[in-house]
Design a protein around this ligand. Structure first.
Ligand SMILES: Cc1ncc(CNC=O)c(N)n1
Length: 224
């Protein structure tokens, strides 16, 4: 590959940073859901913390939508992102229902440091100084880690406990996969025409997302 080949930048980056990507998408927590050995207290911790994260992810998604509307040459981007926001609306309700099922009191969950740091990072990406290319690349990466992780749980040979199937289906289903691919195409199109400076920043942000996702799973297992 030529050093300046910008075709499918996201694919190039995921190859380059494969170890951390695999760390985020094949984490022991995910593997334990897949093989049925998951510690239920870890699952409940994840549920409470992820609800806090998702609530911060909603305004981030809204900021990406705003940037798409202002900066994108293709009005379809707004539709893709709006679809993501609609899914988030369902997701917030799902978390409430799921929390009741597992007796997790969402309003008394205290955000852990890893989660606070990740939410603060999201907030930094909401700044108007961060351009659409950087924002959409981070957005794609965040959604894709969950899609890849939970889709792996659903692959052949899995022994997911019945009561966790819905969780895996939420992010592992085919239509969420298509949505992630649509985000990836948008990110690749934007990265192709970005300045070297924006490209460098987008890659740093991608690494930050992948590291944060690994830490989020570690936290869920009670390891931080
Ligand atoms: C920590 C984390 N990363 C990604 C997602 C998936 N995006 C929205 O739901 C999520 N829920 N939580």
């Amino acid at each position: 590959m030529e050093a300046n080949d910008r075709t499918e930048m996201t694919v190039t980056w995921l190859k380059k940073h494969r170890l951390i990507y695999v760390g985020a998408t094949r984490h022991p927590f995910i593997l334990s859901i897949r093989d049925g050995s998951v510690d239920i207290s870890a699952f409940k911790r994840w549920l409470g913390q992820d609800y806090i994260f998702v609530r911060a992810f909603v305004p981030f998604a809204a900021s990406v939508l705003l940037k798409a509307w202002k900066e994108s040459d293709d009005s379809c981007d707004v539709d893709v992102i709006l679809g993501g926001i609609a899914a988030l609306n369902d997701e917030v309700e799902w978390f409430k229902k799921e929390a009741t099922k597992w007796s997790v009191a969402l309003n008394s969950v205290v955000s852990q440091k890893v989660n606070l740091d990740y939410c603060r990072f999201l907030e930094s990406l909401m700044s108007p100084d961060v351009d659409y290319t950087q924002a959409i690349t981070a957005f794609w990466a965040i959604e894709t880690v969950y899609q890849e992780s939970f889709a792996h749980c659903l692959e052949d040979g899995s022994k997911i406990p019945d009561e966790l199937k819905e969780t895996c289906q939420r992010w592992g289903n085919a239509s969420f996969g298509q949505y992630c691919h649509a985000l990836q195409s948008i990110a690749d199109r934007q990265l192709k025409k970005a300045s070297d400076d924006v490209l460098a920043k987008a890659e740093v942000n991608l690494l930050r997302v992948l590291e944060s996702e690994v830490e989020f799973w570690n936290m869920s297992r009670g390891e931080v």
